[in-house]
Design a protein around this ligand. Structure first.
Ligand SMILES: Cc1cc2nc3c(=O)[nH]c(=O)nc-3n(C[C@H](O)[C@H](O)[C@H](O)COP(=O)(O)OP(=O)(O)OC[C@H]3O[C@@H](n4cnc5c(N)ncnc54)[C@H](O)[C@@H]3O)c2cc1C
Length: 354
């Protein structure tokens, strides 16, 4: 079956048809394209407005992957993903850069510890066999430099860890293309044609594409894309900034992602450097990807209060960056309860019901 059908009129392109049009060629769009081909659907068109794929949030990610979530759907999706990352080269011919160095959540209050315990139970039910609750002593053994006077415990899963998101995207996209998926770069979707409540096609800067299925994989821009079809989805972009240290040998390069639940500060090794992140509660929604140099001092204050060695790091602001999370009002969690940093984003959770 031809990947994307194109009719011509004397050599002039007229219309295109595809079984599925994916809007956005980042890690999500590429994964959807790959998985559609896995399911036998190759008549797929990926439309990306940038000149290269991955210039949105994908290239800005910290690359953390974890099964230590609160809700069954997140846990199960992560289990699936982590298994795929562990055999990604076999599946796609490309490395995921998966490093199983774990995620260590560090609780400093009984409330946070109860939250971790509830998550732990849910994770076990969902089949995360290797997650464990850990004591302060375990935590100090893992990260001897951590100030642990106020630590009451934590949780750890050794198969959580990090991937190279750009590499994952590339693997998915390459294998999808080998199986017939077409990608249009530098092409913007400007309209979604809906007839009698069903998608009939998409208008692009390169012409009209007839299709009955559209996947909105536009990340932080998903709300604007949905509006093209007359649909309101409450996805909002939220800037997140990452500080990358220069080479730093006072902490082990084998450390897991460490999450200080008291402040939300989290960090992980990246080669001989470290990536430091903190979800600044003062950050407001909006399309912003500029890195604010003042953020370095803000985050280092949190970093040093938990790991004093971070007072010695060197930071080159030009090696730091900012990108946008795509946020929903419920943060995909239940409404009431505790606000806990997850190492990816702030999520509102109910410790009792999750
Ligand atoms: C600093 C930071 C750290 C993060 N760390 C983590 C982490 O540790 N772990 C984790 O799981 N997640 C993390 N994330 C979140 C993660 O990066 C995103 O959830 C993910 O990259 C979203 O991928 P995507 O493909 O949906 O979006 P994107 O990569 O943004 O791709 C969307 C694409 O759609 C294209 N597009 C938009 N509108 C149109 C249009 N009209 N026509 C054509 N193309 C269009 C854009 O150009 C873009 O390329 C982090 C995010 C940030 C910013």
């Amino acid at each position: 079956m031809p990947a994307v059908n194109t009719s011509t009129d004397g050599g002039r392109l007229m219309t295109h048809t595809a079984d599925v049009v994916i809007i956005g060629g980042g890690i999500v769009g590429s994964s959807v394209a790959y998985h559609l081909t896995e399911a036998g659907c190759a008549n797929v068109l990926v439309i990306e407005r940038e000149e290269r794929q991955g210039m949105g949030s994908t290239a800005k990610s910290m690359g953390g992957v974890r099964a230590q979530f609160a809700t069954p759907i997140n846990i199960k999706m992560s289990l699936y993903s982590i298994d795929l990352f562990s055999r990604f080269e076999e599946a796609t011919g490309h490395t995921a850069g998966y490093k199983a160095q774990g995620y260590l959540f560090v609780a400093t209050s009984e409330r946070h510890l109860d939250y971790l315990k509830a998550n732990f139970q849910q994770q076990k039910i969902c089949g995360v066999n290797n997650v464990e609750m850990v004591t302060r002593e375990d935590i100090v053994r893992t990260v001897p430099q951590l100030i642990a006077d106020d630590v009451v415990g934590g949780s750890f899963c050794p198969t959580d860890g990090f991937v190279d998101p750009y590499s994952v995207m590339t693997g998915f996209a390459k294998r999808a293309r080998e199986r017939g998926v077409i990608t249009w770069l530098e092409t913007e979707v400007t309209g979604i044609d809906v007839k009698s409540g069903r998608v009939a096609g998409v208008q692009t800067s390169r012409g009209y594409v007839s299709t009955h299925a559209v996947v909105n994989a536009a990340g932080p821009w998903a709300s604007g894309v949905a509006r093209l079809a007359g649909v309101d989805i409450p996805v909002e972009p939220l800037r997140r900034q990452i500080v990358k240290t220069e080479s730093f040998s006072q902490l082990s390069a084998k450390l897991p992602m460490v999450i200080d639940m008291s402040s939300g500060f989290h960090f992980r090794p990246e080669g001989t450097s470290f990536l430091l992140a903190w979800p600044d509660p003062e950050q407001t929604y909006g399309f912003r990807t500029d890195f604010d140099y003042g953020f370095i001092e803000k985050i280092l204050t949190r970093a040093v209060s938990r790991v004093p060695q971070f007072a010695d790091v060197e930071v080159n602001p030009r090696r730091c960056w900012a990108g946008m999370y795509e946020m929903t009002p419920d943060h995909h969690e239940s409404s009431a309860g505790l606000r806990v940093s997850t190492g990816c984003s702030w999520r509102t959770v109910s410790a009792a019901t999750e």
